[in-house]
Design a protein around this ligand. Structure first.
Ligand code: MN
Length: 216
């Protein structure tokens, strides 16, 4: 009986210390998806979401939480960390921010066109929404290697298409990211293999323009 009680106490105190350790390591957490993992099919398959969100993004979050311990970024927010860090901290912080923006801009009910101020600014800059999409896709296709293509806003509200290598984000250029397409192969290879252009063209069908308009 005493052994049993002692065992229970040990079990409880172990659970406690594990929880505490996790709390200390879990400054940044994996964002929640606003849809089911199969909800974006056939544009993005369940398997791609499970790997891209569940493994790649979780990996970036874990790496970042480990890397910032004991550094000046230990208590910094994500955007500050992206703006001020370099090397592996920047790579992982950038990828956490990039993917948070990426995964939350989709909806199974997405597609169509932007409206309001965003639509007007896109028309003014690119002539039409159709032409903007063409330019955006072309930027994504011509980006060599891994990276991101962004629609970004400057302080005056002017929009531009910005290509970033690896984990780059327009924040480091003083711009605000509004919409981002991930052109790393892990984002599309299972579903589209080498056909990056086809993947980018399909993504418009799941863009939640309400979310993008709120960022602008
Ligand atoms: Mn990715």
């Amino acid at each position: 009986m005493l052994t049993l009680i002692f065992g229970l106490v040990l079990l409880i105190s172990n659970t406690d210390s594990q929880t505490n350790n996790n709390d200390n390591n879990m400054k940044f957490e994996l964002i929640k998806l606003p849809y089911a993992t199969d909800a974006l099919e056939p544009v993005i398959s369940k398997q791609t979401i499970e790997l891209h969100y569940g493994k790649h993004l979780q990996g970036y979050v874990n790496n970042l939480n480990n890397l910032i311990q004991g550094t000046e970024f230990e208590n910094a927010d994500l955007e500050t960390t992206v703006k001020k860090s370099e090397g592996t901290v920047f790579n992982n912080a950038g990828q956490v921010l990039n993917h948070n923006l990426y995964f939350t801009q989709f909806s199974p009910d997405g597609g169509g066109q932007p409206s309001g101020k965003l639509a007007a600014t896109i028309d003014a800059e690119w002539g039409s929404f159709e032409n903007f999409k063409k330019e955006f896709e072309s930027a994504g296709v011509s980006l060599f290697g891994a990276g991101w293509v962004w629609l970004a806003e400057d302080e005056s509200g002017k929009l531009s298409i910005v290509k970033e290598a690896n984990g780059g984000n327009p924040l480091t250029k003083g711009l605000k990211p509004v919409l981002g397409f991930d052109v790393w192969e892990h984002a599309y290879y299972l579903d589209y293999q080498n056909r990056r252009a086809d993947h980018l063209k399909e993504l418009w069908k799941i863009i939640d323009w309400k979310v993008v308009e709120q960022r602008y």
